[in-house]
Design a protein around this ligand. Sequence first.
Ligand code: TYD
Length: 204
Amino acid sequence: MYNKIIVFEGIDGSGKTFHINEVSKYLIKKKVKFIKFREPGGTINSEIIRNIILSDKSIFKTKTDLLLYLAARNENYESLIKPNINKKVILIDRFMDSTIAYQHYGFKINKKIIDDLNNFVLGNLKPNFTFFHFVPIKHIKKNISGKKNRYDKFNKKFYKNVQDGFMKILKKNRNKLLIDSSKSKKYNIELIKNKINKILNIHD
Ligand code: TYD
């Protein structure tokens, strides 16, 4: 049951953080051992890197951003993923697909370079399952407003490119479930829990 990496992806404000927290509560109830972290962030070192990347005071060049995301990921790989991979379920709020979606489809950095960097840090490691949160375009603005991070200044077109990018990446991935953020919380939580039961072989 334990060698599972389950990732929650989607654009800002798509509800993935809410859902990963709901899954955490559910796994505690079911006494399943797990760790949960976010990217960028995770370990003490990755959180330091997160603060550097997402601070309003430090707007870096896009290639610098890319390298910082990967630097934070390496800290997580070495300190969180490697030691827990066969011992606990690993829940991650954003992972390697976010880098392709934002840095390639959003900021137009060459995809091969990002693939190579992900590969340099993670080797062959891939998520076992991805919950991809989809925000219908007309809801995008509404969901993002009120959030404070450095990408808030980007427009709807940017988020549409990023979301379309996620779609392209995930089209090739059979181990995923699309979550429509405009559906009710109750509906989505039920959908996600049912899938978690299947993935982790949990019986109600
Ligand atoms: P955060 O406030 O954590 O956003 P959310 O709660 O929506 O996940 O900010 C993370 C930001 O970092 C988000 O705008 C996406 C961006 N990001 C990248 O651009 N590339 C990456 O590889 C990762 C992991 C995140």
